[in-house]
Design a protein around this ligand. Structure first.
Ligand SMILES: [Zn+2]
Length: 408
């Protein structure tokens, strides 16, 4: 053994006695009480240990530009039209530097796996894609990053975008996204995206159903296309904020349809809370889909950061645990079992959504470990407890000390 993390409270058995996790050659070699082998040790002190936090939906490429886009007057905010004029001026180096700063915050907050959305269109060309690919290579020692390319400003209405998406897919982009809301022909965009996914045999991760009214929802077309193209298990939809405008019975019925179709959902509380209800001046709706309710009806759900310090979300410290706490607070989630489910939507369930076959505290898996300064997952979410130590494939990547009060 190269390392033993002792006294670890395993995330899916928080009530059991702490165990030791033995690591050899970058993989988990054993999980048992008192391994006691001759190796370097780290005493987790009975704290919670998980196999790393999983960010399933973030926009590294357009993070940290809030200072470049002054807010318009009034309550209405369209983040896409605020960002679009900035994109021609973004170089590969600029995207890389901002994305790197955001990524480093994700790392110190315990994220070890990530899917990031990357915009591709004539405004930014393939520069964002190129920058994030280089960043993913440079940080492979600390995190696995998967890229999802997508058209943010429309596909059918923005000549040249289709060709660039095809170029990115030819260069190996493993996931394709969409944003039909910003297309003059939303149905046309979704049809084309599903056709491309079949042609290039890639998974789909779509921005879907944000808006002030639930009358029209694109999810119905996505359900039909998923069935027609046989893509069940390979489709994720992000946001689904309009579900927050429906009564729980209708949400539950939709959840069962999504679960049966093999469509997973990523809820993005920070952005939806910031952007929804802009048509209202008082009694503003919260606008965040209830991930616990969806999960209770069988949907694979994750919670993620989405935007960080840009016109779509001018906040963010890249703490996924804070995002789970925000979701709990917004949706008035208080039962320990439901808070625990929210933690799983940053870890196990997120890994299932991304189809990470080698994720988890299990012998033989890569030794991705995060020690969190909490005794249970529900405490971590309720108190936004910080990660204290992180290993990626057995290599220590993060040391973090909680603040300490001095003696009088
Ligand atoms: Zn997004």
């Amino acid at each position: 053994m190269d390392l033993i993390v002792t006294n670890a409270r395993i995330v899916d058995r928080p009530a059991a006695a702490p165990l030791d996790i033995g690591i050899a050659n970058g993989r988990i070699a054993a999980i048992a009480p008192d391994l006691g082998a001759d190796a370097e040790t780290y005493d987790a002190g009975g704290r919670l240990v998980c196999a790393g936090l999983v960010e399933t939906h973030i926009h590294l490429d357009k993070s940290r530009i809030v200072d470049r886009a002054p807010l318009p007057d009034g309550r209405r905010v369209n983040p896409v039209t605020l960002v679009a004029p900035l994109k021609p001026g973004m170089t590969v180096e600029d995207v890389y530097a901002r994305a790197e700063a955001t990524l480093r915050e994700c790392l110190v907050n315990g994220t070890t796996r990530m899917r990031t959305q990357v915009e591709v269109d004539p405004g930014i060309g393939l520069r964002g894609f190129e920058a994030i690919r280089a960043l993913a290579d440079a940080y492979r020692w600390a995190i696995d990053i998967e890229i999802c390319v997508f058209p943010q400003e429309g596909l059918t209405n923005y000549p040249g975008t289709d060709e660039l998406l095809v170029a990115a897919l030819r260069q190996g982009a493993p996931v394709l996204g969409a944003a039909p809301r910003y297309d003059s022909d939303p149905a046309g965009q979704l049809g084309r995206i599903f056709a491309l996914a079949r042609e290039f045999d890639v998974d789909l991760d779509l921005h879907l159903d944000v808006g002030d009214s639930p009358e029209h929802m694109d999810i119905h077309q996505v359900l039909a296309l998923t069935e027609r193209y046989g893509r069940g298990g390979r489709v994720v939809v992000g946001h689904m904020a309009k579900l927050s405008l429906l009564p729980p019975g209708e949400v539950a019925a939709m959840a069962r349809r999504l679960a049966d179709a093999g469509i997973a959902v990523t809820v993005l509380p920070a952005t939806d809370l910031y952007l929804m209800g802009r048509d209202q001046e008082h009694a503003v709706r919260r606008g965040v889909a209830d991930a616990n309710l969806l999960a209770a009806h069988g949907v694979t759900c994750s919670l993620s950061s989405n935007n960080v310090l840009n016109p779509a979300t001018p906040y963010g410290d890249c703490s996924l645990i804070r995002i789970a706490n925000l979701h709990a607070n917004l949706l008035q989630v208080a039962r320990p079992a439901e808070l625990r489910d929210l933690f799983l939507m940053l870890s196990e369930h997120s890994a299932r959504l991304l189809k990470l076959a080698d994720y988890g505290l299990k012998e033989g898996n890569p030794a991705d470990l995060v020690v969190i300064d909490a005794a249970t997952p529900e405490q971590a979410v309720a108190e936004i407890r910080p990660p204290l130590a992180v290993w990626k494939r057995g290599r220590r990547t993060v040391i973090r000390h909680p603040p300490e009060l001095l003696a009088p």
